[in-house]
Design a protein. Structure first.
Lengths: 139, 152
């Protein structure tokens, strides 16, 4: 995805406010997409069980008829296009790892608040380690 | 609440990790064959989707989305996401051993941190048990209707 954005985007430098505003937009819409999708899957129930009962078609119907899932996919699409926009204004070496890392941390917060997941110390550590790891990996 | 996952579910998580990274690497390999795409030459994208590497990459990414959604239907988001991050590690290793790219010390450190992060959650419970008294259980009937809707 980042590869395609790099190919489509030019490189113009933005000020720090615009830089972080666009990066935060990418992360926030990505978190919204992940949380909405996860929430939708929780409501729909175990896909393995649905597939066993209703077949693959039934499982696909159950997923695609959920408005929450469609809203999640829409958020993911908005996040992708925000990333394209961000990459045309901000250097990829900052934009890609910063937005990916913020998405991981944001997801841990959002999962705790909206999905009521039990984000214990182990999961917080995982979110922080993965966030730092993704940042280093993209350097 | 049983916290251990069945072997089939571990396979789905493995598919989440592998399909995303293999798909990205295949797309990357295919796009280097197609050449740079610019806004002035968007027609190149049509050439791209005829490239066998790009087609296989897209199929892998479709497989990723299907296995990711399946995993989210029985595991927490904060359990599944670190697995998706493990895909970054697979991409880095694939780019080193298949595309012969160099991995810097920073990247090795990043790989180590992600592996540790995945290790933390992999040992813990995969799903938060929600008691019926919780407000979050309200959507349950809708979930059931989705199942019956699919059975019809």
């Amino acid at each position: 995805m980042i590869l395609a954005s790099q190919m489509l985007a030019g490189h113009i430098h933005a000020g720090p406010v615009e830089t972080w505003a666009t990066i935060l937009t990418v992360a926030a819409t990505a978190v919204a997409g992940d949380v909405l999708t996860a929430g939708a899957m929780r409501r729909i129930g175990d896909l393995d069980a649905i597939r066993a009962k209703a077949g693959l078609g039934g499982a696909i119907r159950a997923v695609t008829s959920s408005p929450m899932f469609l809203l999640g996919v829409l958020s993911m699409a908005v996040s992708f296009f925000s990333l394209l926009f961000t990459l045309s204004n901000v250097e990829v070496s900052l934009a890609a790892p910063a937005s990916a890392s913020l998405t991981f941390l944001g997801n841990a917060f959002a999962a705790k608040i909206f999905l009521k997941e039990n984000v214990d110390r182990r999961r917080w550590l995982a979110a922080i380690f993965v966030c730092a790891g993704v940042f280093l990996l993209a350097k | 609440m049983k916290h251990t996952l069945s072997p089939q579910r571990y396979l789905i998580l493995l598919a989440v990790m592998l399909t995303a990274s293999v798909g990205d690497t295949l797309l990357s390999h295919g796009m280097t064959q197609v050449g740079p795409v610019t806004l002035a030459h968007l027609g190149m994208l049509l050439a791209a989707i005829r490239n066998p590497w790009v087609i296989t990459g897209i199929l892998c990414l479709l497989g990723f989305f299907a296995s990711y959604l399946t995993a989210l239907s029985w595991a927490d988001l904060t359990f599944v996401l670190p697995s998706t991050a493990f895909g970054y590690v697979v991409v880095a290793l694939l780019s080193k051993f298949w595309l012969h790219e160099t991995i810097t010390l920073y990247r090795w450190a990043g790989i180590l941190l992600i592996v540790c992060g995945v290790g933390f959650v992999a040992n813990g419970p995969s799903l938060t048990p929600h008691e019926p008294r919780h407000a979050v259980e309200e959507p349950a009937p809708e979930g059931e209707s989705a199942v019956t809707g699919g059975t019809r």
